[in-house]
Ligand binder design. Structure first.
Ligand SMILES: NC(=O)c1ccc[n+]([C@@H]2O[C@H](COP(=O)([O-])OP(=O)(O)OC[C@H]3O[C@@H](n4cnc5c(N)ncnc54)[C@H](OP(=O)(O)O)[C@@H]3O)[C@@H](O)[C@H]2O)c1
Length: 217
């Protein structure tokens, strides 16, 4: 049993992940942005904790993450507004990384995206540019940290039901069949239970390989 903090706890991936973790006996705290979100989080078996990560300092984040064995960062501004994208997907993510380090939380799983990186190739005048830059910066900070990190890189997210199987050879340029958020949650849960994934990027879309096998590769 582990104690896990999910940042972006009312997000669609997070609401799929929390019940998987609580069902296997983990203790989950899900950070949420508004009090109204608490009821949905409580239904997953997780404990809701109200914190606006755009406003929270490293020290404030360290206090709420301090008891955790692992952090999953699945928050996001949802695109559209570059300032909010920078504030959440880049700056809050980096503060969460710094907070985990200062609080002594070893394990950190980042939900990034397929094709993320400094060489993302998104043109500056594209609406996706701020997000691509923000995720590249956050992922780079995580890799440079002293944490036991894993970076999940799912393709375009869908609301399809979980299939429990993915394609871990997927790349951003080889077509994209979609990636079920419920599968992303299963991958996050599998990664948290598999220390061989530390220090690794895990690109994937929906596919044919059972998630525990794909993650262990
Ligand atoms: N969309 C895609 O196709 C795609 C593809 C690959 C990867 N991803 C990544 O996957 C992640 C998870 O996806 P998802 O569908 O679960 O996203 P989601 O449903 O939009 O969840 C993101 C969560 O972050 C929370 N959040 C935003 N700003 C916050 C703040 N200031 N303080 C606290 N919480 C805040 C949101 O809260 P509110 O509900 O209150 O706004 C929301 O609950 C995304 O963030 C994205 O980086 C997305």
């Amino acid at each position: 049993m582990e104690t896990i903090a999910i940042i972006g706890g009312h997000g669609k991936v997070a609401l799929e992940l929390a019940p998987i973790l609580t069902a296997r006996g983990d203790s989950v705290t899900s950070l949420i942005r508004t009090a109204e979100q608490a009821i949905d989080v409580a239904a997953t078996g997780a404990s809701p904790l109200l914190l606006d990560i755009e406003q929270a300092s490293v020290d404030e984040l360290a206090v709420v993450l301090g008891d955790a064995d692992a952090v999953v960062f699945s928050a996001g501004a949802g695109g559209g507004n570059p300032q909010r994208t920078h504030a959440v997907d880049r700056d809050a993510a980096i503060r969460a990384i710094q907070a985990a380090q200062s609080a002594g939380v070893r394990r950190f799983v980042m939900v990034s995206y397929l094709g993320a990186g400094p060489d993302h190739g998104v043109p500056e005048d594209h609406s996706f540019y701020a997000y691509a830059e923000a995720k590249a910066a956050a992922d780079t900070a995580l890799r440079a940290s002293t944490l036991d990190w894993t970076i999940l890189m799912p393709g375009s997210l869908t609301e399809d039901a979980a299939t429990g199987a993915i394609d871990p050879t997927a790349t951003a340029t080889t077509g994209n069949p979609g990636t079920s958020r419920a599968n992303v949650a299963q991958v996050a849960a599998a990664v948290l239970a598999d220390r061989s994934t530390i220090g690794k990027d895990i690109p994937f879309t929906d596919g044919e390989i059972p998630i525990p096998d794909a993650v262990a590769r």
